[in-house]
Design a protein around this ligand. Sequence first.
Ligand code: SF4
Ligand code: SF4
Length: 400
Amino acid sequence: MDDQVQVVAPSKVYAQACNDYQPDNVQRAMDALVANLGGLDALVPANSKVFIKVNLVRDMTPEKCGTTHPQVVIALVKHLQRITPNIVVGDSSGGLYTRGAMQAVYNKCKMTDISAQTQATLNQDFEFATAEINGQVCKTCEIINAYHNADVVINVTKLKTHSFAGYTGAVKNLYGLIPGLVKVEMHSRYPDLGDFCHLLCDIEQYASQKIVLHVIDAIIGMDGAGPTNGKPKFMGQLLASQNPYALDVVAVKLFGNPWDMPLLQVANKRGLVSKDLAEIDFDFDSWQANFVPDFDIQPVTSADTFLNMPKWVKKLAKKYLTKKVKIHKPTCRGCGKCATHCPAQAIQIVDGKAKIAQSKCIRCYCCQELCPFDAVKFGKSLLYRFVHAFSRTKSKKSGK
Ligand code: SF4
Ligand code: SF4
């Protein structure tokens, strides 16, 4: 296969206000989005096999707002089932990618509402196959069969904070095309944030050959300690675009500065999205009225911080410029989930509690993402606080 060809989809972004997850309200918002898109018939061939890639990061209820709300998927499927009966909904969560593990996730995330109320089925194929990604940092990668088996894919994600990457939107959601624990291995192969963001862009560019639409559920998102332990945050929007980068820029503009986000910095460097907002077909002036002012966003390290540094400087910088994970012992129940998924094997369960070997930790924050009891907290060094406070002041002054 040839080297990866850069794909840039049309940059028009559509937004529709929606105040809650009442089925009629979500359906009305989705109907309006689909009408603005000119219908789905031009994007989805009749009787084609459609895979709806949702965000099921972990087994959590829709009320926690860390996963795609089933009502959004139901509203979308009601349009799709007029075109094709072959609709599969799924994701590879952070844990094991097996029938038993995923059924537990489907139940808790109420994905079962989708199969009960529409013709769509929940993915039951938990196999995967190697794909020729041919990207800038990744040449081959395991990708779940649900993607391989589909003719077209629709990416339906949640808008929320992410401790490692800054935010989760359309592009980050595609990391879930990698099966279960292989994601852990990928974190250890790409421990630098900059490289990891390149990996996300590589996956998006590969997957774009089948993806016809990206939708972001930003009706109630998550702020604070996302992607799983933050707080639900009302944002009131349902967003869609064929271009995931343009869509992410619009989404981040709801609460912050897109160019503070390492993933969008990397995408911009790769020519996948322009910092000139005029190149995105969207009314940014009116969008200001929807800004969520008190959104609790966790500062993240720049994508460039660790690139091109000598190894020893990189080690020191990582130690003092990134958040350190620590276990809140009274909350930890010793379930071992963090230890199983730690790519650096830095966690051991000692006397019924998780214990982190800081010297081994690569600060990928998988443990914080996967702990079901919110027992993994962040520690911030003085230098970290100083540097991030300074960068915030700078970006406010520059008006970005
Ligand atoms: S930190 Fe969380 S995931 Fe790890 S053992 Fe404790 S409760 Fe389980
Ligand atoms: S201890 Fe947590 S943050 Fe550190 S490498 Fe392991 S999973 Fe990643």
